[in-house]
Design a binder for this molecule. Sequence first.
Ligand code: FAD
Length: 416
Amino acid sequence: MSNGVIEGPAVVGAGIVGVCTALYLQRRGQSVTLYDPGGPAAGASYGNAGLISPESCVPIAMPGILRKLPGWLLDPEGPLAIDRRYLPRAAPWLLRLMRAGRRSQVLRIAKALRALHAPAFEAYRDLLGDRTFEELIRVSGHVQIWNGDAGSELAPLVREIFEANDVRAEPLGADDLRQLVPDLAKNVAGGLLLPNNGMTLNPRRLVETLCDIFVAAGGTLRREKVMKLVPEDTRRIRVLANQGDRRHEAVVVAAGAWSRGLLRSLGLVPPLDTERGYHAMIEDPGLDLRIPVLHKGLGFGATPMEHGLRLAGTVEFAGLSAPPNEKRARKLLEHGCRLFPKLQTSKISMWMGFRPSMPDSLPVIDTAPSHPGIFMGFGHGHFGMTGGPTTARALARLMTGERPGLDLAPYALSRF
Ligand SMILES: Cc1cc2nc3c(=O)[nH]c(=O)nc-3n(C[C@H](O)[C@H](O)[C@H](O)COP(=O)(O)OP(=O)(O)OC[C@H]3O[C@@H](n4cnc5c(N)ncnc54)[C@H](O)[C@@H]3O)c2cc1C
């Protein structure tokens, strides 16, 4: 039971968002407790594609998205699939996704994504220090490719978004592509280079390292599951965890796709669902790949990491409790072999993770309405390794009475 002591701020969830928030709070002199039953990087932050993309600002919902819905329902192995049993649960979220795909919304959302993502490298460098940053992160650039017409249909709008948001994108012909990615299949005739984006060599190690820095500086990591938050007054929130009951002066909900469950008892129901994604990790892939390649048509990326090649991506709507569908990870391997004919796949492992996704591609960075001691940082969907540190910095500033350094209006919960 709680002993009545009011501890410093608590952060719930030790994914990229929670760990960075804990660190930024600690830097402001706070005595922080980080809760996660799995320790650092137990969720989506473990196995993602590792892309850190300050210039990524094209939202997930784009015009024409409605036409794609029947295909998602009919092809369980397509780049985006909806488990029919989950459709009634996902329907309201999907309706919001359709609405977010309107042109006027897309342009607004792109601006907010860019503002959140732009400082990503600077924030990581600040948190990690120069030496560790160089060890874990590369400003490698990204290569984007498409297949068929999918790219060309949206190309004018994507170009407009890039121009409006100062994104540098260089068209690549077949020869340029071959120079940058020598082992790419010959039938890929062109693409785009985004030279200012990059990657981490290991997302799990990145989050663990940040957590080590937090603990070494005196932060507390509790491997406990938070069951319920009970606000007692504005500076006192009871945190009921599975191994203890404590009071904290403030709480940050950064529990990724699980954040909705924690907020429900406070009367908050954000439209947060999970877009499940998969990876296939290939040790000794036998490829010469120095830059991540993103296949925008098939919705996956190939990232050269320190422990092998990671093929990661695709989207599946099936909720938080359905078991993984191994066929989806196998499909990634199939695509990978087609894209890189020399790829050797004798040593592979597979993983599924839960993207915490809002229908408009923007996270929630806010104070909980009617509960001023509770803060929210979740819903980063496809972009959390990029938007995580900036979100964390804005939240820590907000909590300590500083200006957040980012216009938080686009990320307010009240937008829904
Ligand atoms: C296949 C795939 C590829 C991706 N590729 C990229 C990419 O290349 N670049 C990019 O920027 N983003 C990418 N993402 C998205 C990115 O991984 C996520 O947006 C990001 O990891 C979310 O971070 P988070 O901290 O919000 O959540 P998580 O990493 O999921 O962390 C949430 C944590 O909360 C904990 N938790 C849950 N409930 C409780 C509770 N009750 N009490 C205590 N702790 C709790 C969980 O254990 C978990 O550790 C990808 C995602 C997937 C699935």
